[in-house]
Every structure is written in structure tokens, then in C-alpha cells.
Write a protein of this length. Structure first.
Length: 469
């Protein structure tokens, strides 16, 4: 379908953009705005780099969408999937059947996850993992003889996916406004954002205060009605919101006190992002259920799932009978083959340890140095994810910085400069965030941060010209 005279690599960018615009509905996209400029066509990846159809080389500061943990260009993952597809591309696990990669991966996940996890339920995505969790925790309480426990407590500005249950668990007002969400029985408390809510308190005090909102919500609903609490160890899509160190242990204490299931959504934090295999290990809590996806295959093929802790697994497998839930592709052999090879890479190259000991601390130092930039109010990092706030006027503490009058505009300007200058950062309002592949080296972090600094200069110039500073 490509016309004569197509450009480099046989690609005609304009023509592809026209086809894209005519036929492809993108996720979370304003299509009228997209039509004006046309989508950028990404054609190749290697390591931390991407190339577009015009031949531009770009540092992927977002690891695809927080998922390409092992980096691009891993032929051994492609080989593993290829071999499995030749052997057995697909078979289901519904009717007393199983397949070799799904079993091997289940055992490996039990091995690398915290000790309470010996079972896995497979899905295709993070959203489906969270849908599974809603059904599983309600089924658990039915089996436990407390069917009144239906309520699930989550947080404002959380992201748990785009399916009906995932988007309901999530705390994104813009998503709830479309399609009659949340579904019944989902309740939201505030997020543990020190910058947003911690004025006049130390971080440690604020962590306890924010966890206390859970207890207040449990008491308002009645503990006998509450099934579970769900949270991301570090909120990703909400803007890399890193909770104070006091937050998660206090959440754990409250869940234990009222006998409520604790769920960790590790779709972003799992598989090394924070320098531990799972984010709950860094944050110091022991969940009953973990949602995972993304990094389990480094995004090479779709796979997600739920790690099921002993408390829930025991009832489900000993007393539960049929759990009437599952997907055609639960335990897809080719996807599980990709995950096995991906985890082997993370292990043999010690990429998780490298985040903890080398690349994570280096990213932290680099982002701390960006705070000297006149446009940057404050910056936070955790493992290999980081966020910085673009502000109108800098202050001594996070609470003294003055934001721009209309948020989103400066973040979008900055994102465009980044994209045009070969580095991908995501804008969440006026907060710029990164989460590069875990395979990034210390030298490549320097290269990325140098480009970020240059683009901050360009943004500052533009903001000054427009009289916004
Ligand atoms: N949970 C979290 C924490 C996520 O970040 C995401 C995706 N960004 C999801 C769930 C949904 O995953 P998916 O897009 O694979 O459905």
C-alpha cells in the first residue's frame, strides 16, 4: 500500500500519517489535534534508542510506556517467542490442560516474588489484572463467609487501567466523566503527595496523615463492608508521586487492624523499576495480591497477571470450586516464553541490582542537579523513575514554589521541545517524568539529562518570550 517514491526505509511518512488519521483511533488522544501535525511514526528500537520514519534517533526516556525494562533489540526474546510459536503458538488452560512455558513462568514468578506468593493468575494486561482482582477479592470474602465485604478503597489520581473496573479503581476524574464510572462499591481517598497536601508538616508526619485517610474511610464505610485497599507503591501515570517512607507501613498496619486485603498494583513498579523486583519490597509492606504486566515481558508481547498470596490462594484452591473468570489468552504460551527469556535477561545482567546500586543513585544525583535550573521547582526520583515540576517561581521548599497560572500548557511545550530534540519525557500537567529502560547505562543517563537540560533552556526561553515568567 506504499506509494511510489517512498522515503528512507521504504516509508512515506506523510502517506502513513494520512492512513493513520483516516483509520487508526489512538488511545487517550485528541484526534482533531493529532490530525493537525500527524503522528510521529516510530520504526525501530535498539537499547534505549528509537528511530522514527524520518531517520531521527531518540532517547526513549519512558521505556515505551514504562514497560521496555530490558531495552529494545533483544534478539533472544524474539528467538524464544519464535521457537515457542513453532512448537505450540497457543493453547488454552481452561479445560484441565496446561502448557510448558505457563507452568515454568508460574514457578519462576513464585521464586522471584515475596514469599507469600506461590500462585499466579494470568491476564493479557494490567487493566485485566485489576479487573481480576476486583472479582477475586469479592469472591474471597464470599468464600470467607463475609459476603458483605464488597467495598474496595483506592486513591484519587491513581491509575489502574482502562477497563470498566480498572478505570473505576483508578482515580482519574477525566476517565470517570466518560462512561458512567466508577462502578458501584469503589471509593477513593486522597493521594500521598507531599507537594500537594503536606504544607506545614514534615514528610514523615504527612505520610502518617495520608495513611490515616484510609482508616477514616474504613470507619465511614464500616469495616464489615470493606474488602480491600489497592495502591501503586509509587504512582506512575499520576506523575511519579513517591510517598513518604512512613506511608506504606502505616497502610499495612491499618489493613491488618481491620482484616482488609492489601493489593499492590505493580504494573509499573514490578520487575525492577524501583531497584527491587517488586515495589512493595522497597516500600516495606506485604500485600495479599499483586497486579503485574508491562515489565514481565518488557512489552515485547502483551502479558499481565495477578500474584495471589497464600491467604487468598488457600481459600480459592481449597474451598472455592470454580472461579468463574478467565481469558482465552490466560497463560498464552508464546507470551510466557517471552517473559521467561526477559526475566532471564534481568537476572543474568543483574539489571535490578544495577538500578539499586548504580543507575538509580546516578539518576537521583542528575535530577537533583536540575533543581538549579530556573524553571525547575523540585525533583524526585525513586529507582529508575523521576519527576520534576516546572514552576513560575522557585521557592525554598516544595510548598513555596509558584506554579504557572494555566497548568498543562508549559508541560506540553516542554514535552514538544524534548520530542523535537531527541528525548522522550512525559508531561503530567506541568510535571515532567521519566522512566527509561533498566538497561540504560550511567553514561547514557548523562546523555539523557544533558538533552533534558538543553530542552529546559528552550522551554525557559519560550516561556520568557511569552511573558509567563
Ligand atoms: N496499573 C498501572 C499502575 C498502570 O500504570 C497501568 C498502565 N499504565 C495499568 C494498570 C493498566 O495496564 P494496561 O495498560 O496494560 O491495561
Amino acid at each position: 500500500i506504499l506509494p511510489e517514491g517512498a522515503g528512507p526505509q521504504g516509508l512515506d511518512t506523510k502517506f502513513l500519517q494520512q492512513l493513520d488519521s483516516a483509520h487508526y483511533l489512538h488511545p487517550f488522544t485528541d484526534h482533531a489535534a493529532l490530525r493537525e501535525h500527524g503522528a510521529r511514526v516510530i520504526v525501530r528500537g535498539d537499547g534505549i534508542y528509537l528511530w522514527d520514519s524520518e531517520g531521527n534517533k531518540i532517547i526513549d526516556g519512558m521505556a515505551g510506556l514504562w514497560c521496555v525494562n530490558a531495552g529494545y533489540g533483544r534478539t533472544s526474546i524474539a528467538d524464544a517467542v519464535h521457537a515457542q510459536m513453532l512448537q505450540l503458538p497457543f493453547y488454552n488452560s481452561f479445560f484441565n490442560t496446561t502448557n510448558v512455558p505457563a507452568v515454568q513462568l508460574a514457578a519462576l514468578l513464585a521464586d522471584i516474588s515475596p514469599p507469600q506468593f506461590q500462585h499466579v493468575f494470568y491476564t493479557n494486561s494490567g487493566s485485566e489484572a485489576n479487573d481480576t482482582i476486583v472479582r477475586m477479592v469479592r469472591r474471597y470474602w464470599q468464600l470467607a463467609g463475609q459476603p458483605g465485604r464488597q467495598a474496595i478503597i483506592s486513591r484519587r489520581n491513581a491509575y489502574h487501567g482502562s477497563t470498566m473496573a480498572g478505570a473505576s479503581l483508578g482515580g482519574m476524574a477525566g476517565m470517570h466523566a466518560q462512561g458512567g464510572l466508577p462502578i458501584p462499591g469503589i471509593h477513593h481517598i486522597g493521594q500521598p503527595s507531599y507537594a500537594e497536601g503536606g504544607r506545614g508538616m514534615s514528610e514523615a508526619e504527612f505520610g502518617l496523615e495520608a495513611a490515616g485517610w484510609l482508616e477514616a474511610s474504613i470507619l465511614a464505610l464500616g469495616p464489615e463492608n470493606v474488602a480491600a485497599f489497592i495502591g501503586e507503591p509509587v504512582q506512575g501515570a499520576g506523575g511519579v508521586i513517591i510517598p513518604p517512607s512512613t506511608y506504606w507501613p502505616e497502610i499495612q498496619r491499618i489493613c491488618d487492624k481491620y482484616d482488609i486485603l492489601l493489593v499492590s498494583d505493580e504494573v509499573i513498579c514490578g520487575f525492577g523499576r524501583l531497584g527491587t523486583w517488586f515495589g512493595c519490597e522497597l516500600m516495606g509492606f506485604q500485600p495479599d495480591l499483586i497486579a503485574f504486566a508491562k515489565g514481565v515481558t518488557s512489552g515485547y508481547v502483551p502479558l499481565g497477571g495477578v500474584l495471589v498470596g497464600g491467604r487468598v490462594a488457600h481459600l480459592l484452591t481449597e474451598k472455592g470450586g470454580d472461579f468463574n473468570h478467565g481469558f482465552t489468552y490466560s497463560g498464552h504460551p508464546s507470551a510466557c516464553a517471552a517473559a521467561l527469556e526477559n526475566i532471564r535477561i534481568l537476572e543474568t545482567e543483574q539489571l535490578v541490582e544495577r538500578v539499586a546500586l548504580a543507575t538509580g543513585p546516578h539518576l537521583k544525583a542528575c535530577f537533583a542537579s536540575l533543581v538549579s535550573h530556573p524553571l525547575v521547582g523540585h525533583a524526585e526520583t525513586c529507582g529508575l523513575t523521576a519527576g520534576l515540576n516546572l514552576v513560575r517561581r522557585n521557592g525554598e521548599t516544595v510548598h513555596d514554589c509558584e506554579p504557572f497560572a494555566s497548568t498543562h500548557v508549559v508541560g506540553m511545550l516542554c514535552r514538544k521541545h524534548m520530542f523535537d530534540n531527541g528525548v522522550i519525557m512525559r508531561a503530567v500537567g506541568d510535571r515532567m517524568i521519566v522512566a527509561p529502560p533498566l538497561s540504560i547505562t550511567v553514561g547514557q543517563i548523562d546523555e539523557m539529562v544533558e538533552r533534558i537540560r538543553y530542552c529546559l533552556d528552550l522551554t525557559l526561553e519560550e516561556v520568557t518570550q511569552r511573558g509567563w515568567m
